[in-house]
Design a protein around this ligand. Structure first.
Ligand code: MG
Ligand code: MG
Length: 626
C-alpha cells in the first residue's frame, strides 16, 4: 500500500512539511486546505514541489458541510465544490475528500445524502475527478461509517467512493465487521490514527490527541485486519491532529510516522519491506558512563561502594570495566570519540547502553529498516564493531549477542586488571560485594513531547510491551511515567516526563542539557543483606521520612520487627496481593543521577505508590544542597 501523511500532522510551512515528508520516505501526501490557503505561491507551485520531491498528492481535504443542505444553500455547496475542482486541477490531484455535514441546518436522510453525492460525482467525473465521503464521529446526521457507506452505495456512481478513518470508527467503538463486506475498489482513501483512551467529546479528542498507530490505545490492528478483507490496495494516510506533533520537529515527527506504518505492516505481515523480527531482549550487557577525569574517581568510588569490582582495562583506551553479578559498568574517560563529545555536552552521564539480544546483526538491520538512526565510529585494531543506533538524548544503544564474537567483548577488548578476582578474594574482602545480581530497570527522563517518540522507538524495535501510563506526584508537579517491559522482565525501561519545569524529572533535563538515563535499578535476592553491606561500604542511602513508616504501619500487616528494620534502613515497601517489593535509593550523584536497589518477591510493578515519597525526599535534599 502507498504510504501517505496529511500535511496537517506536521509543523512548519507547507514547503517545510513537504520536504520533511519526502525525507521520511513517504510515497504520498494529503494536502490540507489551510496549508494551501496560507501558501505563498499558486497551487501549481505545490504540484511542482511535490513532483520534484517524488510525492503523489492523494487528496485535497477537507470539503465540509456539503450533503443534505436545504434549497438555496445546496446550490452554494455545489458552487463551492466546483471552485475546489478548479484548485484540484492546478494542484494535480483527482480526489476531493468530503467529511459528513456538521451544520445544524443540514437535513438528514441517507437518500438525500446519496442524491447529493451522486450529483457531485457526475460533476466531478465530467472533469476527470473523484469524490470520497467520510463519516465524522460528530457528524450531524452521518457519524457512522456504515451510514456513510450506505450513502456512497446508493449514490451508485463510479466517481463516488468512501473514506475510512480509523479514529472516527474506533473512537465510537463501532463494530468493524461491516468493513469486511465493502468492496475494496469502493474505498477511495484510508486515513489512520491511533489515540489514547480519553473520556471527552469526539471533536476535542480528535483535534488534539490523535497519535501514530501503536502510540495510543485504540485497536488499529483490528481495523487494519478488517480492511485487509476488502483487498483495498491504495493509499494509507496518517491524519494526525496532535498539539505536540504540530509544535515538534517536522522531520522527526514525519520519521516517527513512517516508522509507525512500517511497524504496523510488520505486525500484519503485509509489508513490502521484510523486517527481521522484533529483537527478543535477553538483558542489559553493559551501561557506559562518559566521565571526565574529575568525576571518574568519584563515580568509581561509588561503584566500589555498591560492591562492583574493577575487572578489566580496555586494551587501547581509557576505559575500565566494573562488574558484579551479571552487571557490567564501563567508565569511559577517553579524550576523543563519541563518549568524550557526549561528556562535553552533558557532563558525566550514561552515554550508552549495551543490550543483549538474540541476534545483534538482525536487530541492527531491523532498526535501519525502521528508519532508526544508525551510529558508526572508527574501530581501532582488535576492537569489535558493535552495531549501534542513536537512543534517547543522543546516547547510543549497542546490540550484543552470544552467537557472535560480540559475546566475548570483555575478553577481546579488555585485559584483566592486575587486581583480578583471585587477588580480590585473597585480600580477605570477599564481603565487599553486595549481592547485586542484574539490572532490574533503567529509568530515562525526557521532554514531555518526546515520550511517544521513544515509546514507538523501543516497542517497534524490541519485543517490549507498554504498561498503562501512570501519573506520579512530584512536589514540583505531575510526572508522567510510561513503563515498557519484556514479558519475562529481561529488560525494563521507565520513561518519565513532566510538563512542569519544577519536577525532578525536568530539573534533570536542565542539569544534563537534555534527555537521558536518570536512574538505574539493580536487583538483589536479599535486600536486607545488601543494605547491611552497603552501609558497611559507606554508601549513603536516601533518607525516608518517619511519616512514611507510620503510614506503612497503618496500611499493612507488617510485624513491628519488620517495620523497625525498614525504618532503620530507609527501605521502601510495596505489596500487590501476596507479592512484595523492597526498594532503597542511593543519594544523588552529582545532583542528578542515582541508583536504586530492589528485591522482587513475585512483584511485577515498580513501586509507584512509593514514588511520591522518594521524589519528595530527593527534592528536600536538592533544596538543602549548598
Ligand atoms: Mg479523517
Ligand atoms: Mg525505579
Amino acid at each position: 500500500m502507498k504510504t501517505s501523511i496529511a500535511t496537517v500532522s506536521l509543523s512548519g510551512t507547507l514547503g517545510e512539511k513537504l520536504e520533511a515528508i519526502a525525507a521520511a520516505k513517504f510515497d504520498a501526501v494529503e494536502i490540507f486546505e489551510s496549508d494551501l490557503v496560507t501558501y505563498s505561491g499558486p497551487p501549481a507551485d505545490v504540484r511542482k514541489a511535490c513532483g520534484e520531491l517524488g510525492l503523489d498528492i492523494v487528496t485535497l481535504q477537507p470539503f465540509r458541510d456539503f450533503e443534505g443542505m436545504p434549497a438555496g444553500q445546496r446550490e452554494r455547496a455545489f458552487a463551492r465544490a466546483e471552485r475546489k475542482f478548479d484548485v484540484m486541477h492546478e494542484l494535480g490531484t483527482d480526489l476531493l475528500m468530503i467529511c459528513s455535514n456538521v451544520s445544524p441546518e443540514s437535513l438528514g436522510g441517507i437518500d438525500r445524502a446519496a442524491a447529493d453525492l451522486h450529483e457531485l460525482g457526475e460533476r466531478a467525473a465530467r472533469r476527470g475527478l473523484r469524490i470520497a465521503f467520510e463519516a465524522l464521529a460528530w457528524g450531524q446526521h452521518i457519524n457512522d461509517y456504515r451510514d456513510a457507506w450506505e450513502a456512497v452505495r446508493r449514490a451508485d456512481h463510479p466517481a463516488v467512493g468512501l473514506v475510512l478513518d480509523s479514529f472516527h470508527i474506533l473512537a465510537r467503538g463501532t463494530d468493524l465487521s461491516t468493513i469486511r463486506s465493502i468492496p475494496g475498489d469502493r474505498i477511495f482513501l484510508v486515513q489512520l490514527a491511533d489515540a489514547p483512551k480519553l473520556q471527552m467529546d469526539y471533536l476535542s479528542w480528535s483535534r488534539h490527541f490523535r497519535n501514530f498507530p501503536g502510540q495510543g490505545e485504540l485497536p488499529v490492528l483490528d481495523f487494519m485486519k478488517a480492511l485487509q478483507a476488502t483487498r483495498y490496495d491504495d493509499a494509507l494516510s496518517l491524519e494526525i491532529f496532535n498539539d505536540q506533533f504540530r509544535s515538534g520537529s517536522a522531520h522527526s515527527v514525519a520519521i516517527d510516522g513512517h516508522r509507525s506504518l512500517r511497524f504496523m505492516f510488520d505486525q500484519l505481515g503485509t509489508g513490502t519491506i521484510d523486517l527481521p523480527p522484533r529483537a527478543r531482549p535477553e538483558g542489559v550487557s553493559f551501561i557506559e558512563f562518559a566521565a571526565d577525569d574529575q568525576d571518574a574517581p568519584r563515580l568509581e568510588m561509588l561503584l566500589s561502594g555498591l560492591g562492583f569490582r574493577r575487572a578489566g582495562q580496555h586494551r587501547s583506551k581509557a576505559v575500565t570495566r566494573w562488574t558484579q553479578g551479571d552487571i557490567n559498568f564501563v567508565v569511559n574517560r577517553e579524550k576523543e570519540g563519541f563518549a568524550h563529545s557526549f561528556n562535553l555536552v552533558h557532563g558525566s552521564a550514561v552515554c550508552a547502553l549495551g543490550l543483549e539480544v538474540a541476534n545483534a546483526a538482525r536487530t541492527f538491520e531491523r532498526a535501519t529498516l525502521l528508519l532508526d538512526q544508525p551510529f558508526h565510529q572508527p574501530v581501532g585494531p582488535g576492537e569489535l564493531d558493535i552495531p549501534a543506533v542513536r537512543g534517547v538524548g543522543g546516547s547510543l544503544i549497542y546490540f550484543l549477542d552470544k552467537a557472535s564474537d560480540l559475546g566475548r567483548v570483555w575478553d577481546i577488548e579488555f585485559a584483566q586488571t592486575e587486581f583480578g578476582q583471585a587477588e580480590f578474594d585473597q585480600a580477605g574482602d570477599a564481603g565487599h560485594e553486595t549481592g547485586l545480581t542484574r539490572v532490574d530497570h533503567i529509568s530515562q527522563s525526557m521532554q514531555y513531547d518526546e515520550m511517544l517518540s521513544w515509546l514507538l522507538f523501543y516497542t517497534s524495535l524490541i519485543d517490549l510491551n507498554k504498561v498503562p501510563v501512570q501519573e506520579v506526584a512530584d512536589p514540583g508537579g505531575l510526572v508522567r511515567s510510561q513503563v515498557i517491559e519484556a514479558d519475562d522482565g529481561a529488560l525494563r525501561f521507565v520513561l518519565n516526563a513532566s510538563q512542569s519545569q519544577r519536577t525532578q524529572s525536568s530539573r534533570f533535563l536542565s542539569e544534563l542539557f537534555g534527555s537521558g538515563v536518570q536512574h538505574i535499578a539493580f536487583a538483589t535476592d536479599d535486600l536486607l543483606a545488601t543494605v547491611a553491606r552497603l552501609e558497611r561500604n559507606g554508601v549513603k542511602l536516601l533518607q525516608i521520612p518517619e511519616n512514611y513508616y507510620d503510614d506503612l504501619e497503618a496500611k499493612t500487616d507488617l510485624t513491628p520487627d519488620q517495620l523497625m528494620t525498614f525504618r532503620n534502613h530507609n527501605i521502601l515497601y510495596d505489596r500487590e496481593g501476596a507479592a512484595e517489593y523492597l526498594q532503597v535509593y542511593t543519594q544523588t550523584f552529582e545532583q542528578r543521577f542515582f541508583f536504586e536497589i530492589v528485591e522482587r518477591r513475585g512483584y511485577r510493578g515498580y513501586g509507584a505508590a512509593n514514588a511520591p515519597v522518594r521524589l519528595a525526599a530527593q527534592a528536600r535534599l536538592s533544596t538543602d544542597a549548598p
